[in-house]
Design a protein around this ligand. Structure first.
Ligand SMILES: Nc1nc2c(ncn2[C@@H]2O[C@H](COP(=O)(O)OP(=O)(O)OP(=O)(O)O)[C@@H](O)[C@H]2O)c(=O)[nH]1
Ligand SMILES: [Mg+2]
Length: 314
């Protein structure tokens, strides 16, 4: 068979073969903890990339989620909630959020419009004011906002970012206003190419996702101070001869009392966390999984630079 260079040249290039009005850019998703940043990014992507929980300070790292449409490619950077840090882990998290801004083309400031602005919201507004970045104010959780409060709360948030280029009310949980938000974002981006292959939805590795899904289930079932003291250290992740993926992870807590709570009476809590995590990991990997979890006390790991580095929090 002879080689005809025209055959090769006529192949569509997924990066450059886009309509003339194609737009693209990097969008930092910032806000105080627990307002629904990760829920919103997942809702936009139609896929779980970042874990979500009812506990504040769920997200600890920057996570990119990539939306590819015919007319645009938007790279969202989900970030940890901006707050007043109490230890080195907290400092790392706030720094992660801040670092997303200089490289972004646009910031989405996500707020919980069911509540009035708090100190941490003002903290976020101050961080945004220090950047010369266009800001879109995203007022989330309209599904639980009493209608008579919406306008009052919206005005209070708007007053904190008078320079915002747009604002929009959404419910990330109920998928209300999410498509409209993407259209608004697109309007504020510049013409540009695709940066990622059209089928790539995030920049995270499988191992990271697995550790995060285990942490998510721990956050879901644990209460008070225990969730924040949890870290997941993935030790083994390998395919066995029978095709099953064997995963061994250690869950760190800081105190013996937390270990007791995490294991639960007769091991019930850790079994529940393991069973829920395994189900979701199997779904995410499309493979059968054997999940082995051990709980280990690591006193003050959140203040220990060497531990933080090893866990990817430095
Ligand atoms: N009712 C309602 N709840 C929501 C909505 N969006 C998010 N939530 C809930 O709010 C909680 C926090 O959501 P996350 O997405 O983890 O919030 P986050 O801003 O990423 O939080 P951090 O990672 O801690 O900064 C979870 O219980 C979500 O289910 C919404 O539109 N409506
Ligand atoms: Mg989050």
């Amino acid at each position: 068979m002879s080689f005809d260079p025209n055959d090769f040249l006529s192949q569509p290039d997924p990066f450059t073969d886009v309509p003339p009005d194609h737009r693209s850019g990097f969008v930092a998703v910032v806000g105080r903890p627990n307002v629904g940043k990760s829920t919103l990014m997942n809702a936009i992507l139609g896929q779980k990339v970042a874990i979500v929980s009812p506990r504040p300070q769920t997200t600890r790292n920057r996570i990119a989620g990539i939306l590819t449409r015919e007319d645009c490619q938007i790279v969202f950077i989900d970030t940890p909630g901006i707050h007043k840090p109490k230890h080195k882990l907290g400092e790392f998290m706030v720094e992660e959020a801040r670092k997303a801004l200089p490289d972004a083309d646009l910031a989405l400031w996500v707020v919980d419009v069911s509540k009035t602005p708090r100190q941490d919201d003002r903290r976020v507004a101050a961080v945004l004011r220090g950047q010369s970045l266009p800001v879109i104010l995203v007022m989330n959780k309209i599904d639980i906002t009493p209608p008579d409060r919406l306008l009052e709360h919206a005005d209070a948030y708007r007053a904190l970012v008078p320079e915002a280029v747009a604002d929009i009310a959404v419910s990330a949980l109920k998928l209300q206003g999410v498509d409209a938000l993407v259209d608004v974002i697109r309007e504020h981006l510049s013409p540009g190419p695709r940066y990622y292959p059209p089928d790539q939805v995030s920049d995270i590795q499988e191992r990271f996702l697995v550790a995060e899904l285990i942490r998510e289930k721990a956050l879901m079932y644990l209460q008070e101070e225990v969730p924040h003291a949890v870290a997941v250290d993935l030790q083994e992740f390998e395919e066995r001869e029978n095709g099953v993926i064997y995963i061994f992870a250690r869950i760190f807590v800081e105190r013996e009392s937390q270990k007791g709570i995490l294991i639960g009476k007769g091991g019930r809590m850790i079994k529940k966390i393991g069973a829920e995590a395994r189900k979701e990991i199997e779904w995410a990997l499309g493979r059968q999984v054997y999940l082995d979890l051990r709980v280990k006390v690591k006193p003050k790991w959140r203040r220990n630079p060497a531990e933080l580095r090893r866990l990817g929090y430095a």
